[in-house]
Design a protein. Sequence first.
Length: 340
Amino acid sequence: MSITAAESVPKERPDLAPLALLGAVALLAWPLIGSGSTWATLTLAGLAMGLIVFIIASGLTLVFGLMDVLNFGHGLFIALGAFVATSVLGADGWLFDWSISPSVLANLGAVAIACTVGMAVAAGVGLAFERVLVRPVYGLHLKQILITMGGLIVGEELLKMQYGSQLVPLPMPESLRGSFVLGDVAVERFRVLAMLVGVAVLLGLLWVLNRTKVGLLIRAGVQDREMVESLGYRIRRLFVGTFVVGSALAGLGGVLWGLYQQGVTPRIGHEVNVLLFIVIIIGGLGSTAGCLVGALLVGLVANYTGFLAPKAALFSNIALMVLVLLWRPEGLYPVARRAG
């Protein structure tokens, strides 16, 4: 009986240990919290927070994993998305009437428009950012860090000139306020929306990268740029498009994060940047699957620690990163092993 070449190649088993870690963290927190309903509420809140962080971090992961660019200016696109949301949904925003309307469709329409405009603005600025600051330093990681950090600082100062340095309120649309009560478990309406958007972004990224010609070309260009260019494809354009998409995802995450915090400051991107790098280091630099698991871990740990030991919540994410790296120094899903 003959064996084909495909059958002779052993299939790589999926690495389920990081997912088991995610479940273990949730289960270990249950007896510490004591109340099942409180645990369920904190768990759902943590997952929702994690998915918002994933949306923001996915753009950074995409840019690093596919372009090998350390973009410390990613926080600027987050801030742009958040401030666009204040211009659309805030008290002086042009869709404020939709935001305070009792109509669910009007509220969701206002949020959808804010997300779309935030992504568009972040993508446009991202295109200019890549052309002016990033393109001259491809392959030079130290210069990338210094130049993109400088771009973030300059961008924050420009935002201060436009919006001021104080907190700008970003009220939640009427129908997204409050919670659903399922038995004894309270589920905030906005967190449900955030979870749905996060899952949609994840599925979209996995589909594009693994099931489309564009994704195939981008991944092939990372491995052997000269070979792909010899076939007539312009890898630089694909890479620029990747950077723009990463910036747009940061803008989308900025809108959601601003609504989550119900307020925006020019330093919002700078503050979230630290959290993002913790997530992508935990997940494995450049790994989409690792970014998702890392973001969910960060969200759960932050919520559990904030409830059990509020003073420890400030450094809980750093402690989580240290523990994960002691277990797996290359992160949960190193790029060499990743499936997505």
